[in-house]
Design a protein. Sequence first.
Length: 207
Amino acid sequence: MNGNNADLLRDITGLGDSIVLLSLSSVLSIYFWALGYRREPLALMLGFFTPAAIIGTLKIAFYICHTNLWGIVSPSGHAAISIGVLGLSALILARICTGVLRAIIPILLVVLALVIAISRSILGMHTDGDVVIGSLIGFCVVIAVAKTILSYRIKTETDETAKKVNPVMICGLMIVVVSVFYGIKLPSEKVMASFAKEIRLNLPLCH
């Protein structure tokens, strides 16, 4: 891979940083809530926190035992959370947007989530196994939330009276979030590794 392609992938993978996705899901949740939607904000927050919790637990477990199971060293949080947040955002927007953007924006979000996941492997930040398990967790979260929280077969009074979503506003909010939070790194990986080290040193696990 030449330098330009590698730089592009690094730029893209940065969109999957936890602070960016947490901020994006929070801002979109507030926007949807202000328009009268109630299930969509809950779905978006679950799209972030559920895969984050699962991946965090798995990472600590793998760090404690120094496990390399089927090529999995440290399950990819970027893959899981990107697919969780962007996948659910795509489903929501495909449902409540109108016009040509109803298809374009969700497709772009899904493609972005997949590219973020793949970039982790290509750049050598994770093994293929890490990315696969992270992606599967993200997909499972999307399906579970879509089947439960976002069950559009049942209409609530709030849903019926909710205002129309402005796709331009959605795009603007996304751009603002990325502009403000892109490049900020949370020390979550170091915290989990340190926590796992303390457990490994003080508890008779995986010996």
